[in-house]
Structures are given as structure tokens and as C-alpha cells.
Design a protein around this ligand. Structure first.
Ligand code: MEV
Length: 295
């Protein structure tokens, strides 16, 4: 069976969400597709190559997804094939999407009867297995799809348009989350107020998005980016790209863990459609997405 799951953007609240603060997140149109077929052995194939279960290499999220799934339903083996439209190490939730899609495809192929909430909960465990610390927000939005205010799990709608610009640098979530955690441990008196300010930005930001208040959203983007920069989540290259975008009259911030990856803008760059479907299941006969991963 094939399962697919969407990538995501964090509009407000990356990093602070790890510490229980609010986040405003949305799924995007780019998806990751995983085909699972019963087999006597494990074989994982993706754009990164072919491996068996590979916990510390190319396929860590998939391998841990199999491990977590096997704790619920024992399986002898599976042929797992991945095609993704979500660029890796981009801050756009490719790891959560491949995890959620793998768990959902295993669930469908082996008829384990897991609910969406079970899938989310297992995916969150996998994120923690691989990254050490994770809020689970990426897995949540990838499982359910749509636009959400976290932790309330309240859906929201906006007519505002967003764009993405690739920084060309890699964003490695585990490394960035650890870096912020270290800074917080070193300077709690400085970092905690920053996280509190990010919380207020997310709460206000959600309201501004709902009333389509572009002017306020741009202001909040700028403050949020400055605070993310203070936490060490920006880079000189990202700062330069954002300065150029600002000169054109837009606002921009990192989205996701930062240190690289994509920059979210108030309309400049590649337009993205936010919201849309969460997990989708298709029959393997429908394995019709082309080799370059475009649906
Ligand atoms: C990564 O997309 C978002 C972070 O807040 C980490 C997490 O929430 O687990 C940086």
C-alpha cells in the first residue's frame, strides 16, 4: 500500500514550541510517498540509496518507524520505497512526512488498525528516537494536514499568501534543537524571556493571520526572525537573503529549525499553498508518481 503525508511550514513558534509555547503551523502541497509491500526481509529504497534497516545512516526515521510499528504488530519484513517532493534538510518537515507516511503505509499493508492519533503518537516517538528532543509539531501537522494553532489544536484559516526561498544551506533539526537547548541551559535568564516573547508572537500572529492583517503579520515576522537570530538559528547567508527580501518590501523569517533550509516570506519567492490534506492512502497499483518525485 502507498501512504503519503505532507510537508509543513512553521509560520510562528519554531524552537519555542519545544518548550511548550504556542506555534502556528500549516501543511503544504509538497508530499512524501511511501510504498510498503510485505516481504521476507527489509529493504528500503529512496533517493539516498538502498539499505536494510539502517538506524544510524541514510534511513534512520524509516528504520525507527519500522521498530516502533513492530512493537505493536510483529512483521517479518517489508519492501519500503520512498519518493518525496519535499527537499531534505529544508525545514519543511521531510523527516516527519517520511515517518508519518511509512507508519501509515505499514498500518495499511499489515492491517494493524491504527488510528490517526496512534500514527501521530508513534511518529512523535520516532522523532524523539532520532533527534533526542522534539515537540511533535511536525508529525502532528503531517498526520492531520491543514493549518493549526498548537498546543490547543485549533484550526485556523487565512487568505494571506506565503512564499518560500531556498537558502541553499542545510537545516539539521537535531543539531539546531540541541544548540538552542544548550544556550537555554547556559543563559536561562536571557533565553527564557526570548521563548516567552516568541509565545506572544505566535498567539498574536494567529489572530493577525485570521483577520488577514498583512501589515501586522509582517511586523511579527520581523520580530520573530530577530529573536530566532538571537537564539543562533539564523546564518549570515540567511540574514543577507532576508535583507534583500526586506528591500523589496516583504518580510521573511526562517521556518523550521533554521541554520539553513527554506525562508518563509510574506509572498515573495515560490508561492506555496498552505493547508490541505494530511495522510492519504492509495493502492500500490497507483504508484504513478514519476521518478523525480513530482506527483
Ligand atoms: C522543526 O521543524 C521545529 C522545531 O521547533 C523542533 C520541534 O518542534 O521539534 C525547531
Amino acid at each position: 500500500m502507498i501512504a503519503s503525508a505532507p510537508g509543513k511550514v512553521i509560520i510562528f513558534g519554531e524552537h519555542s514550541v519545544v518548550y511548550g509555547k504556542h506555534a502556528v503551523v500549516s501543511s503544504i502541497g509538497w508530499r512524501c510517498y511511501v510504498n510498503v509491500e510485505k516481504s521476507g526481509d527489509f529493504l528500503i529504497t529512496s533517493e539516498f540509496g538502498k539499505t536494510k534497516l539502517d538506524f544510524f545512516g541514510k534511513h534512520s526515521y524509516i528504520s525507527y518507524a519500522v521498530k516502533r510499528f513492530s512493537e505493536i504488530k510483529k512483521i517479518r519484513g517489508a519492501k519500503i520505497t520512498v519518493k518525496s517532493e519535499i527537499p531534505p534538510d529544508s525545514g519543511l518537515g521531510s523527516s516527519a512526512a517520511v515517518t508519518v507516511a511509512t507508519l501509515s503505509a505499514l498500518n495499511a499493508e499489515f492491517e494493524a488498525g491504527l488510528s490517526r492519533e496512534d500514527i501521530f503518537s508513534l511518529a512523535r516517538s520516532v522523532e524523539i528516537d532520532v533527534q533526542g528532543i522534539a515537540s511533535g509539531v511536525d508529525s502532528f501537522v503531517s498526520t492531520y494536514g491543514g493549518s493549526w494553532i498548537i498546543p490547543e489544536r485549533r484550526r485556523f484559516k487565512t487568505n494571506l499568501e506565503f512564499g518560500l526561498v531556498n537558502s541553499g544551506e542545510k537545516s539539521v533539526t537535531s543539531e539546531m534543537v540541541r544548540r538552542v537547548a544548550d544556550l537555554k541551559k547556559e543563559h536561562p535568564d536571557i533565553v527564557n524571556p526570548i521563548l516567552d516573547a516568541m509565545d506572544s508572537i505566535a498567539v498574536k500572529g494567529a489572530k493577525c493571520l485570521e483577520r488577514n492583517d498583512l501589515k501586522e503579520v509582517k511586523k511579527l515576522f520581523r520580530i520573530n526572525q530577530s529573536l530566532l537570530r538571537a537564539l543562533g538559528a539564523s546564518t549570515p547567508k540567511i540574514d543577507g537573503i532576508i535583507a534583500d527580501i526586506e528591500e523589496k518590501g516583504f518580510a521573511a523569517k526562517i521556518t523550521g529549525a533554521g541554520g539553513g533550509g527554506y525562508i518563509l516570506t510574506t509572498g515573495y519567492g515560490d508561492r506555496i499553498s498552505i493547508g490541505g490534506e494530511g495522510v492519504r492512502i492509495e493502492d500500490s497499483e497507483d504508484w504513478r508518481i514519476s521518478d523525480n518525485g513530482q506527483g
